[in-house]
Write a protein that binds this ligand. Structure first.
Ligand code: ADP
Length: 499
């Protein structure tokens, strides 16, 4: 067998699980592995991940995909890494041991810190500097909480040895055998500590959150050489040539490289991201201004509507309520009834993101009568996903000159045909679903392969992507749109629920 590099390996470290996918020269999937990992809920509204489990699973996924496809490690031209964003941790660089579990982006434990900052009048400056709405979603207050926890619970720690990072930084550090402590600008732009105009850590924000600068990773361009895998880790030195936040990677895969192009990824949450070109664009509708990606020569920006709980509510139906056996069963059940029989679901299980930004909202089922069955409740949960996306599309429409006329989608939950049809009905626009739903991994692979010259044309890669199905608004459209206003009433009832 030739050991000329023939593949690019994408590592997609998501909120629910980790994926390793090998892409061949044609940009097609050659082999893949996936492993779901443990969600720890230590208190209501809190969510943690075990960083050691994330790394161990990532390592196992790499080993398995290589074994399964019977290739040599040396046949991998480059690795592209993409991760769940904002989730962060502290670890000791001398032992490699995390000091606490990672605090996940959905975790609300720092809501009070944010509310206090808002009362002190800091929200506007933070938004001006970072492009982000002051919220517990982002890493800054989570890192502050972790630092305080360590100071209280491990007072003897030597802070010279402690380093911080989001999941990309942790995985990169592990892959390089502890040699590289860096992040990319798209992940950094989600920490609420990076100045969007300069692309550097903002000293006044680090001070505000009491975060020592020396624990922060170096910020580098998304598509650049971050380092090579340590021979002790994979048995060969493979360049790690792209790093993206998961939503930015999907945007890249969809070919959304010009203003006017946008996509929505349906995973744990839904993230509608619109490319805004090489200038930072500010929203009038509480959308986030963020970095799309960068090369050493150029930075692209985006506007984003982040919805926290979408696929996660399907997981909750499965694991929490045990109303369904598998995520796929939600489609079967929802299709068995013509409507929700008056039931509405507000998916504020982790508060509400765009366009409400209400950390104190909590989930609710409203409109229940004795006739409401399991099928209706499952359908109400799926409809709520589509309605949340509709709210964000409306916000994007208000921010832009031209209304959204086509939505490109990807992510685990887009396998659900009921959801996709209902989405087209609710929005009244076409939904375009590609064959490869793992756009996140695909974007990371494209970025890494282009950086090392494994591929030379981004446009060719994008145009070789195949469409699986287009969902057009159909006979359900009038009903879906009529019920939207009732659903919005339900949302109003669930807002500002906890003190
Ligand atoms: P992430 O990257 O956030 O981990 P994925 O893109 O891997 O997300 O998608 C997983 C999510 O999609 C889970 O929350 C799961 O509940 C949801 N999901 C998977 N299949 C379906 C389905 N058929 N219908 C609805 N939701 C689904």
């Amino acid at each position: 067998m030739s050991d000329r590099p023939q593949y690019v390996l994408a590592l997609d470290l998501g909120t629910t699980g980790n994926r390793a996918i090998l892409f061949n020269q044609q940009g097609n999937i050659f082999g893949q592995t996936y492993q779901e990992f443990t969600q720890h809920y230590p208190e209501p509204g809190w969510l943690e991940h075990d960083p050691q489990e994330i790394w161990q699973d990532t390592y196992n996924c790499i080993k398995q995909v290589i074994a399964k496809t019977n290739i040599e490690v040396s046949q991998i031209a480059a690795i592209g890494l993409t991760v769940q964003r904002e989730t962060c941790l502290l670890w000791d660089k001398t032992t490699g041991e995390p000091l606490h579990k990672a605090i996940v982006w959905q975790d609300r434990r720092t809501s009070k810190i944010c509310n206090d900052l808002r009362e002190q009048g800091k929200a506007e400056t933070i938004q001006q500097k970072t492009g982000l709405v002051l919220d517990a979603y982002f890493s800054a207050t989570k890192l502050q909480w972790l630092i305080n926890w360590v100071k209280e619970n491990k007072p003897d720690v030597n802070w010279d040895n402690i380093i911080a990072g989001t999941i990309d930084t942790w995985a990169l550090w592990k892959l390089t055998g502890g040699k590289v402590h860096a992040t990319d600008i798209s992940n950094a732009s989600r920490t609420m500590l990076m100045n969007l105009d300069t692309g550097d850590w903002d000293k006044s924000l680090l001070e505000l959150f009491n975060i020592p600068e020396h624990i922060m990773p170096e910020i580098r361009p998304s598509m650049s050489l971050f380092g090579t895998t340590d021979t002790e880790v994979l048995g060969a030195e493979i360049p790690i040539a792209a790093l993206f936040g998961d939503q930015q990677a999907a945007l890249f895969a969809h070919g959304c490289d010009r203003p006017g192009l946008l996509k929505c990824t349906y995973g744990t949450g839904c993230f509608l991201v619109a490319q805004s070109g090489t200038q930072v664009t500010r929203s009038q509708q509480q959308l986030l201004s963020t970095v799309a990606w960068s090369t050493p020569e150029q930075t692209n920006y985006a506007l984003e509507g982040a919805i926290f709980t979408t696929g996660a509510s399907i997981q909750w139906l499965r694991d929490g309520l045990k109303l369904i056996d598998s995520a796929a069963e939600s489609e079967t059940l929802a299709s068995q009834v013509p409507d929700t029989n008056g039931a509405y679901f507000v998916p504020a299980l982790s508060g509400l993101g765009a366009p409400h930004w209400d950390m104190n909202a909590r989930g609710a089922f409203l409109g229940l009568t004795a006739g409401v069955k399991r099928e209706h409740m499952v359908r109400a949960v799926l409809e709520a996903i589509a309605y949340q996306v509709k709210e964000v599309v409306e916000a994007v429409n208000q921010d832009s000159e031209k209304p959204v006329s086509l939505l490109k989608v990807d992510g685990g939950a887009t396998q659900n045909n009921f959801l996709m049809q209902f989405q087209a009905d609710a929005l009244g626009v076409e939904i375009e679903r590609p064959v490869i739903l793992d756009a996140t991994a695909q974007g990371a692979a494209f970025g890494a392969g282009l950086t090392v010259g494994f591929w030379d044309s981004y446009q060719d890669l994008v145009s070789s992507r195949k469409i699986d199905r287009v969902f057009s608004p159909g006979e359900g459209a009038s009903g879906a749109q009529a019920n939207y206003s009732m659903w919005k009433r339900a949302v109003e009832r669930a807002k500002n629920w906890i003190e």
